[in-house]
Design a binder for this molecule. Structure first.
Ligand SMILES: Nc1ncnc2c1ncn2[C@@H]1O[C@H](COP(=O)(O)OP(=O)(O)O)[C@@H](O)[C@H]1O
Ligand SMILES: [Mg+2]
Length: 155
């Protein structure tokens, strides 16, 4: 069972800074591995943590939808869920003592509720592997009504 820490509040109040420092603190205290989740569509937790982002959940969702639309073969006859879970694991950015999962946003205009729902589901699944999960949310309280942080132990 992992301990979930979620940062919420107005823009510019230090959520991302505190999320980054919390991850670093836990890693330094050897409480890891820590799962850091950037649930802000304007992703920047990676900068606070000093890592590069090569993929986001938003991008993966689009490429999975493209696979469905084009009717192309899925590797090893995987189901869509299996393919997506495989891709989520690919999207995990591995760093020293922590992994980072980035929600990102869809290309172009459009709502990112789908990416938000996905990050909620996969944070629950991935959390089993980590003693601590730190979630950096976007500004405002909307993520609470969307229930991204429905299991937070500390906000
Ligand atoms: N405790 C602090 N004292 C002074 N400046 C801070 C502090 N925490 C954050 N900042 C600065 O405030 C700005 C916004 O911080 P950030 O962590 O990005 O907020 P949020 O994620 O809530 O939008 C950044 O430029 C950051 O460096
Ligand atoms: Mg922020």
């Amino acid at each position: 069972m992992s301990f979930l820490i979620a940062l919420a509040g107005k823009g510019g109040t230090g959520k991302t800074s505190i999320a980054g420092l919390t991850v670093r603190y836990l890693v330094e205290r050897r409480q890891g591995p820590v799962l850091a989740v950037d649930a802000d569509s304007n992703a920047c937790l990676n900068e606070a943590l000093g890592v590069k982002v090569h993929a986001s959940v938003g991008q993966l969702r689009e490429s999975s939808l493209e696979t469905i639309r084009s009717g192309s073969e899925r590797p090893g006859g995987m189901s869509m869920d299996e393919l997506f879970e495989y891709q989520i694991n690919q999207a995990l950015i591995e760093a020293k003592g922590f992994d980072l999962l980035v929600m990102g946003r869809p290309e172009g205009p459009g709502c990112y509720c789908a990416a938000n729902n996905i990050i909620r589901k996969y944070t629950d699944i991935l959390a089993e592997r980590y003693p601590y999960v730190v979630i950096d949310n976007e500004a405002g309280m909307e993520h609470l009504s969307r229930k991204t942080t429905h299991k937070a132990d500390s906000e």
